[in-house]
Ligand binder design. Structure first.
Ligand SMILES: [Ca+2]
Ligand SMILES: [Ca+2]
Length: 173
């Protein structure tokens, strides 16, 4: 904005303050981007990337309720967002005996995941170090934007992981 233009804006603002007559012409109204180029957005709104050095995403895993459905195998999940992915396949483990029949395990919130920009799909990677496993459902929770993405396991067969290693992908519409 050159000096003349800035002066014109100041004059218009003064006129508005004094007379309350007219709004600024649209061209003279600075947009947020123009006012603060490169400014970092904060957690107040859903638009734009948000830095994430704190825990933000949770992964909620529901194991099937059949008596044989549980496993002690290593399970890693990669979350594919529209803007970024989780940092590789992330180990899903906490202090509990995870992936037991009928149990819902909540992992995270994970730190240092990028802003995923909405969840597209996930990859679930079961290692061969445990028995077979029936996955019922996975949810990805964005605790910052208060959104939960439901990853669909269309049928029991789709969520069945055999004794050996297997990776299966699920949509999270
Ligand atoms: Ca287990
Ligand atoms: Ca565990």
């Amino acid at each position: 904005m050159n000096r003349m233009r800035r002066l014109a804006v100041v004059v218009a603002s003064a006129a508005m303050t004094v007379g309350g007559l007219a709004a600024l012409p649209a061209a003279a109204q600075p947009t947020a981007a123009a006012a603060q180029p490169g400014a970092v957005r904060h957690a107040s709104g859903p638009a734009g990337p948000v830095s994430n050095t704190f825990g933000r995403y949770k992964v909620i895993v529901q194991t099937g309720d059949e008596t044989w459905a549980g496993t002690n195998a290593t399970i890693k999940i990669k979350v594919y967002g529209f803007a970024a992915t989780s940092p590789g396949y992330v180990n899903m483990d906490n202090d509990f005996d995870n992936f037991e029949p009928g149990v819902t395990d909540i992992f995270g919130p994970f730190t240092n995941w990028p802003d995923l920009g909405g969840v597209d799909f996930i990859g679930v990677d079961k290692f061969a170090d445990g028995s077979d496993w029936q996955l019922d459902h996975v949810s990805i929770q964005d605790t910052l934007r208060n959104v939960q993405y439901e990853c669909v396991v269309p049928t029991k067969a789709d969520g069945y992981f055999p004794d050996g290693a297997a990776t299966i992908w699920f949509d999270c519409p």
